[in-house]
Design a protein around this ligand. Structure first.
Ligand code: SAM
Length: 234
């Protein structure tokens, strides 16, 4: 397997690229990369290129990149998830899984029963996890993670495609997903560990969201989000 590194400034025509400190350190210390190794660079916006390491030490890595080509590994449905995120350790797992499943954007929701919205420092760690996970799963487009947003502000914004709110009272996911098979975009809400309040569910329905049920058992936030993303990713 060719090693992959994130290079946001990948030149379209190719040329010399210096990897960021973090990527250089990962290449040198973790991957034990050497001059002459062939690697793949991706820019997080859908392009990748083959490259060869010309110089490397523990802080710097310079590579000679070939021309960048568009390589599309995105699902046909562009997924935007509004999620009341769980505790940090569970959220880190969740972000890794959603990156693999091809979710395009995550907005952390602040709901009545949200315990603690993510801090700036946690958001920075989550965005780094997106990069690491994209390297591992060969995804070329980075999933974006917004600043936390109150659910009423989220609902007031325009939404793309099929709009679902995950709720145990909803119509079964198999039925709803079959009707949305050709959806090219979806906006999905997943509630906090304590669940959405009745008022939040009513507001979501008034804003055009349909309640979707995931079966007889109650899932943790991260399981519910992954089940929904897996149905939409096809
Ligand atoms: N007691 C809470 C309730 O009844 O909503 C359980 C909350 S659950 C731990 C966290 C979130 O995951 C829920 O707000 C919902 O969005 C989603 N979820 C979990 N299990 C679900 C199911 N069986 N059907 C639909 N959504 C589910």
């Amino acid at each position: 397997m060719t090693r992959r590194y994130y290079a946001p400034d990948l030149p379209t025509a190719g040329g010399t690229v210096s990897l960021s400190d973090e990527e250089a350190s990962h290449a040198a210390r973790v991957m034990r990369a050497k001059a002459g190794d062939t690697i793949t660079l991706f820019d997080g916006r859908g392009h990748e290129s083959q490259a060869s390491i010309t110089a490397i030490d523990k802080r710097n890595c310079v590579v000679e990149a070939g021309s960048a080509v568009a390589v599309d590994r995105e699902p046909s449905c562009r997924m935007h998830f509004g999620i009341a995120l769980p505790k940090p350790e569970r959220t880190k797992e969740l972000i890794e899984r959603l990156t693999e499943l091809g979710v395009h954007r995550v907005t952390p929701l602040v709901c009545n029963r949200t315990q603690r919205p993510p801090t700036e420092s946690l958001l920075a760690k989550l965005r780094r996890i997106v990069i690491e996970s994209s390297k591992q799963c060969e995804r070329n487009v980075l999933m974006s993670i917004d600043a936390p947003m109150p659910i009423d502000v989220f609902l007031a914004e325009p939404h793309e495609g099929a709009c679902w709110i995950a709720h145990p009272d909803g119509r079964p996911i198999r039925t709803v997903a079959a009707e949305c098979q050709d959806a090219t975009a979806a906006t999905v809400l997943v509630g906090p560990e304590g669940g959405f309040s009745d008022q939040e569910v009513r507001s979501a329905i008034e804003s055009g969201f349909e309640q979707v049920g995931l079966g007889a058992r109650i899932y943790r936030v991260e399981t519910a989000a992954c089940v929904l993303a897996a149905h939409l990713a096809g």
